[in-house]
Design a protein. Structure first.
Length: 723
């Protein structure tokens, strides 16, 4: 056990002793009472987004459920600054803030980093109480958030007794997506409980075509190939999310919360290649069958004690893990039709997570609200991967047995203070020290042992402008980081079929270092009547040790590996607003409008231009939404989401081509009196084709692969019944 973790274990008895000492102190004498006349005080309701010194955008459950989306990720794409990438067939894409995915955006679950391997596709809008978008970090959360954090707060506790059953059916390209959800909330005395159970099936069909071209240095065409891909399958999910909150006899509170789910993903993919110019590929037609079974469980216990002399102590213990079973079968055929590939790959992955946090809030002292805390965690990941190439024709058998065991330990200590300098000016100051220890051993590579430390100070300020009812300015100075993923550190190969520069093997790099970023955020906000609001701001980040991917020829095969580069700068402007149409046009229909837009850009210094931006960065994204109540009990609405695509140079001579996105979603909601609600929604009504690709320029010439994926609309009918 490291000295750092001995510190964490030592804190628990100290806190218990401190609590006992605080309870043993004599209570102060009760002050004399004085009868006063009744006084009425009217104050503006506290708004987290408007009044918190630390900036955050809070979106409630009602907004998340508005369109009747099957998964939470489908609802997040409409929120300010969030974009969702193009995922593999049957899977959702990665979430990103400010156009930056690939680890720059931190995903939090109940304020803590989501456990390793946690599947966001298992969450539905019904399971979530709210989502918080944090563009600048706070010291009580991990600083692994260069672009920002998305905090998903699961539903817990209950204000009143309710019970509801939701039945939904959807259809896309003739494939059904049924789901059922049951919620029950109970409150009795000092105890409240909630439980949400969901079951769903998502059937999918993805069809994609592509063209591969190559030219020699003189510009003469050397390769022309066409490809067609067809992937179909299903994803079944069963999840359960119970919670319990209770107040003990001594006034302490205890909160228990868990998420348990199981899923099965089945996919069959058929791929064909036809070569018109140049040498044909070794395998021109192949079929891939993939099955992934995942079972995951995460539970936490939170205990809070308030001391008689002021101050509180909160500690939380979280246990979790997941088990994944991966089965892959591939059959390939040569141009003449004879079989030349038979691949059987089986993998097992087990992840276990232990996390402990504690926070002591000192008694209020003048203008200060000081907090001290810690976080300690250990993630263990065990993986085995057995790949067998069976003998086919003249091909000899080949066998690979790869396994590794990895442990990641973290210790963090932090302090933060919210200082009220005046009625209109407050400052948040914090600092977080983190130590990350990574150990990994396995077959086929040397053991990895790394220890890194990061100090992340943060300063935020809120100034409510004098002489105005709702105008204010915010500024934040931050230091954040991005750690290499465990998979990017393991130097073992993941082989590709028809290996070539545009379809290389993948191999990790144990020498990777974390990226460090220093940045500033500045924004202006104004709040008016009837929920009207406007936020306009900008940000800038300077990032060192940028991680990017390079492809090289190694031992006769093309291999892509991550490497640390130089420095990058990223910046942007962002805005979001909410208002009603009559506030813009007198006499217009009463339509509620929402609009957000984010423009981003970046430059990577050691990658030549043009388009030398950070990997996967979306340069512009926006969403326009409108809702109108046609009559009592009937509301309609829609949203249009747009994001830019284009070419990004990820390393010298290597380019990625991202698709432009245009999505129109519509819904109609009928309130059936006391009998519930009926919701009809249409997602991706425009069903625009997605265009992606990649290219490579070298001394040997230019290679390019362009793909077009058909998009399909999804109809969904949902009935919500109170029980």
């Amino acid at each position: 056990m490291t000295p750092s973790f001995r510190i964490v274990l030592a804190l628990a008895p100290l806190c218990t002793a401190f609590s006992s000492a605080a309870q043993s102190l004599p209570a102060p004498a009760a002050p004399p009472t004085t009868a006063l006349d009744t006084v009425q005080v009217q104050a503006q309701a506290y708004d987290t987004r408007r009044d918190d010194t630390a900036t955050r955008i809070v979106v409630g459950s009602e907004t998340l459920r508005q369109y009747g989306d099957l998964g939470l990720v489908d609802a997040l794409k409409r929120l300010p600054g969030i974009t969702v990438g193009t995922g593999a067939p049957g899977r959702t894409g990665a979430l990103s803030l400010r156009g930056l995915g690939a680890g720059y955006t931190q995903i939090l679950l109940n304020g803590q980093k989501a456990p390793a391997g946690f599947d966001l596709d298992s969450l539905t809008p019904e399971m979530v109480e709210r989502v918080e978008i944090l563009r600048a970090p706070t010291a009580d959360q991990r600083g692994e958030a260069i672009a920002g954090s998305i905090n998903i707060v699961l539903a817990a506790g209950a204000r009143k007794d309710t019970e509801q059953l939701s039945l939904a059916w959807g259809n896309s390209q003739g494939r059904n997506t049924p789901s059922i959800s049951w919620q029950r909330n109970r409150r009795a005395g000092h105890r409240s409980s909630a439980i949400t159970a969901t079951a769903s099936r998502r059937a999918f069909l993805v069809e994609e075509t592509g063209t591969e071209r190559a030219w020699d240095p003189q510009g003469t065409p050397t390769v022309l190939r066409d490809t067609a891909l067809r992937a179909s399958g299903t994803r079944d999910v069963l999840s359960l999310a119970p919670s319990l909150e209770t107040t003990l006899e001594n006034g302490d509170t205890l909160a228990l919360q868990a998420v348990v789910d199981a899923s099965r993903f089945d996919r069959v993919t058929d791929i064909d290649w036809m070569t018109s110019l140049g040498a044909p590929l070794r395998t021109t037609r192949y079929q891939q069958r993939t099955r992934i079974d995942v079972a995951q469980a995460n539970g936490s216990a939170t205990w809070t004690r308030a001391f008689e002399l002021g101050g509180t102590f909160t500690t939380k213990l979280r246990l979790g893990g997941n088990r994944e079973r991966y089965t892959y079968r591939e059959q390939g055929y040569a141009l003449e039709g004879q079989q030349n590939l038979q691949d059987h790959t089986d993998a097992r992955l087990t992840v276990r997570d232990l996390n402990s946090t504690g926070k002591y809030t000192l008694p209020a002292s003048g203008r200060h609200a000081l907090q001290l805390g810690w976080e300690g965690s250990e993630d263990r990941r065990d993986e085995s991967r057995m790949q067998r190439l069976l003998p086919v024709g003249d091909e000899a058998a080949w066998f690979s047995d790869l396994a590794f065991d990895a442990r990641i330990r973290r210790l963090a200590l932090y302090a933060q203070d919210d200082i009220t300098l005046s009625e209109r000016w407050s400052v948040y100051a914090g600092a977080r020290w983190e130590q990350i220890t990574t150990r990994s051993e396995g077959s086929g590579f040397s053991g990895i042992h790394r220890r890194e430390q990061v100090l992340s100070p943060v300063l935020q300020s809120l100034w409510k402008l004098p002489g105005t009812p709702g105008d204010q300015l915010r500024i934040a100075l931050t230091r954040t980081y991005r750690s290499p993923t465990l998979a990017s550190l393991i130097p073992r190969p993941y082989t590709s079929t028809n290996n070539r520069p545009l379809n290389p093997d993948e191999r990790g790099n144990p020498a990777l270092r974390p990226e460090l970023a220093t940045g500033m955020d500045l924004s202006y906000e104004t709040y008016g009547k009837d929920g009207t609001q406007l936020s306009l701001g900008g940000y800038v980040r300077r990032i060192t040790h940028v991680i990017r991917t390079e492809t090289h020829l190694q031992d006769g095969r093309w291999v892509a590996s991550p490497v640390n580069g130089g420095t990058a700068m990223t910046w942007g402007v962002e805005m979001d607003t909410a208002l009603r149409l009559p506030q813009l046009i007198a006499g217009a229909p009463d339509v509620a409008l929402r609009f957000n837009a984010t423009a981003n850009d970046s430059r990577v210094e050691d990658v030549p231009g043009p388009d030398n931006r950070l990997d996967e960065q979306v340069r512009f994204s926006s969403t326009l939404g409108a809702d109108r109540q046609i009559r009592s009990g009937w509301t309609v609405g829609g949203s249009y989401t747009y994001r830019t695509g284009g070419t990004v140079q990820i390393s010298p001579g290597q380019f990625e081509i991202a698709s432009y996105g245009r999505e129109l979603d519509l819904y109609s909601l009928w309130t059936l009196g006391t009998r519930g609600k009926l919701r009809l929604s249409l997602s991706n009504a425009l069903h625009r084709t997605l265009h992606t690709g990649q290219s490579r320029v070298s001394d040997d010439g230019t290679e390019q692969l362009r793909r077009q994926r058909k998009a399909s609309p999804l109809w969904r009918l949902q009935l919500e019944l109170p029980l």
